[in-house]
Design a protein around this ligand. Structure first.
Ligand code: HEM
Length: 468
């Protein structure tokens, strides 16, 4: 019945001798009706954009009582995210409502005083200056996965998304929380968050009908089970620290000390849990998605894979990479940056205008849904050469994208707090594994990129790991 109003777009993928256009939905030529839009948004937030949105510009349309503004030009991105950030600091009710059950008032969705008080605390904890302290653990955990892959029966296939999530969950658990998570707990978080994404309603009807705060989402059984599975693991880690059983240098220990020293910060146990959950989720899910897309692109672009292998062999000469090598691996970095362009793990940055504003010639209403969409911006035909092609070379040497046209970590005061952590971790993990292995997807046909909260391949990425 619903298929009368909505049919998903076909997924396009194209490969040749020396080019690869990775999977993406065919842009729509005609707009969807209201019902179609609502069904499509529930299914996949990046699935139904029109051909015109794959060019830079600003578009405004209405859904029921709500103005929706698509901010897809560098100068407008700067306006919303940087110069007028105060008006757009608040996340959209869609996003807040979708995540509050899992993250409470954690930094990713908080604003105002709570955000101002806690941003420096959280940013300090994962700051790039602390990277040297995190390095040995990142190296150990990535090396341990390489050892597990080496011991695995050749020919077995695995879900690369789950594999990468286990890797990044273990890294965040050990570096930031100072506790070994173990495969069982890591799997609980991964499957819990997968379940949560599957059941979460990322389309908030109440907001479009006029409620500025949106409606609380329906806590279906699947959603509750997903959230509970994640929270159980986080609670155990937090409780261990509160009982004085944590690592001295860990993030939670720093927060626990800060809490004792500065009661005015209002960092109660609830806040500790929420910030821990936020760092945990923001810090592993994104990097796992990035690495999964990276394997998919490399497997289909043998010339890029070859260039990466040559760099790894030249620079490392067979020894396992360390964090200090990351600066000397420009091609590995370019592969990661190009993957972030084509598959930004957070493909939509959604905000709610706290007052009226004027953006170029456009009047923005108070309460409008304002969307900066890296998925579109990074594929804008007038901003990028061959925007749909996978071409790591575009990030080599002095060449940099035009300012505000490339924002996989957002930009402005709310820029990703873990940018340096995530980039370094991704390059190190890629180098450690690609040095010894190739990943070969086994599914027939293209994968479908789907965004409900983060951008993932629908049904994961089933692949075989082959020794190089
Ligand atoms: C490749 C990896 C990553 C990507 C692409 C990424 C991307 C992003 C983006 C786009 C935002 C802003 C969202 C918005 O404005 O709506 C964000 C925020 C955030 N990220 Fe990341 N992230 C990554 C890794 C990490 C890591 C490793 C950590 C922690 C260790 C982290 C912690 C955070 C936090 C705490 C925020 C909220 C910041 C705030 O609102 O003040 N992220 N991330």
């Amino acid at each position: 019945m619903l298929s009368l109003f909505y049919k998903p777009q076909p997924i396009i993928e194209e490969r040749g001798e020396s080019h690869f256009v990775p999977a993406h939905p065919l842009p729509r030529q005609k707009p969807l009706g209201l019902l179609g839009m609502a069904i499509g948004a529930r299914r996949n937030l990046i699935g139904d954009w029109m051909a015109q949105h794959y060019r830079s510009g600003v578009d405004s349309f209405r859904m029921l009582n709500r103005q929706i503004v698509v901010v897809n030009a560098p100068v407008a991105v700067k306006h919303v995210m940087v110069t007028h950030n105060a008006i757009y600091e608040r996340k959209s009710p869609q996003m807040r409502r979708a995540l509050e059950y899992l993250l409470g008032d954690g930094l990713f969705i908080s604003d105002g005083k709570t955000w101002q008080r806690r941003r420096p605390l959280v940013a300090d904890i994962v700051h790039k200056n602390r990277l040297p302290a995190f390095a040995p653990t990142m190296e150990d955990v990535a090396g341990a996965l390489a050892a597990r892959w080496a011991a695995r029966e050749l020919g077995d296939s695995v879900d690369m998304l789950a594999e990468m999530a286990e890797l990044t969950a273990e890294i965040i658990a050990r570096t930031v929380f100072g506790s070994q998570l173990g495969a069982k707990a890591a799997n609980q978080v991964i499957s819990g968050f997968t379940e949560y994404q599957k059941h979460v309603d990322s389309f908030n009807l109440g907001y479009f009908l006029g409620s500025d705060e949106g409606w609380a989402i329906r806590r279906s059984r699947g959603l509750r089970q997903g959230a509970e599975r994640v929270q159980k693991v986080i609670d155990e880690v937090v409780n261990r620290h509160l009982q004085g059983d944590g690592d001295d240098d860990s993030m939670l220990q720093l927060l626990v000390k800060r809490r004792a020293k500065s009661p005015e910060l209002g960092l109660d146990v609830e806040a500790l849990r929420n910030e821990a959950a936020t760092i945990f989720m923001a810090g592993h899910e994104t990097t796992a998605s990035l690495l999964t897309w990276c394997w998919y692109c490399l497997a289909n672009a043998p010339w890029a894979e070859g260039a990466l292998h040559r760099e790894l062999d030249d620079v490392l000469g067979g020894r396992p990479p360390q964090v200090s090598d990351v600066a000397n691996l420009p091609y590995a970095r370019a592969v990661i940056e190009e993957t972030l362009r084509l598959y930004p793990p957070v493909p939509i940055l959604s905000r709610q205008a706290s007052q009226t504003d004027r953006l170029g010639n456009l009047d923005i209403e108070k309460g409008a849904l304002v969307l900066v969409i890296p998925w579109l911006l990074h594929r804008a035909e007038d901003l990028w050469d061959k925007p749909r092609h996978f071409m790591p070379n575009r990030f080599l040497g002095e060449a940099r994208p035009k300012p505000y046209s490339y924002v996989p970590f957002a930009v402005g005061p709310r820029i990703c707090a873990g940018l340096a952590f995530g980039l370094t971790e991704a390059i190190l993990c890629l180098a450690t594994l690609a040095q010894r292995f190739r990943v070969r997807p086994v599914a027939e046909g293209p994968v479908e990129p789907v965004c409900r909260l983060t951008l993932r391949p629908k049904n994961g990425l089933v692949a075989r790991v082959e020794a190089r």
